[in-house]
Design a protein. Sequence first.
Length: 92
Amino acid sequence: RRLGTAHALMGLLESVSDHEAAWFVDLFVRRSNGVAISFYESLGYSVCRHVLGYYSGDEDAYDMRKPLSRDADRRSAVPLPNPIHPEELEDD
């Protein structure tokens, strides 16, 4: 912990994704994991979707997303107004 490894790995993922002209990077985090949520928010991620029962049906998740340079209008990070279920996730 606190070695900067997570920050470096996220930076690499974002750089490669941007180079490949991706619209955004997203990840799922347990809704109860406040430390991780704060970390990702500090990197520019925001909650895009609340997914009910994502983790084995027992715990909800947040889909956190960070738009990349291709998405100058940040349309990929507009949050959904209501929670969704895992089966509503699209296979991108």
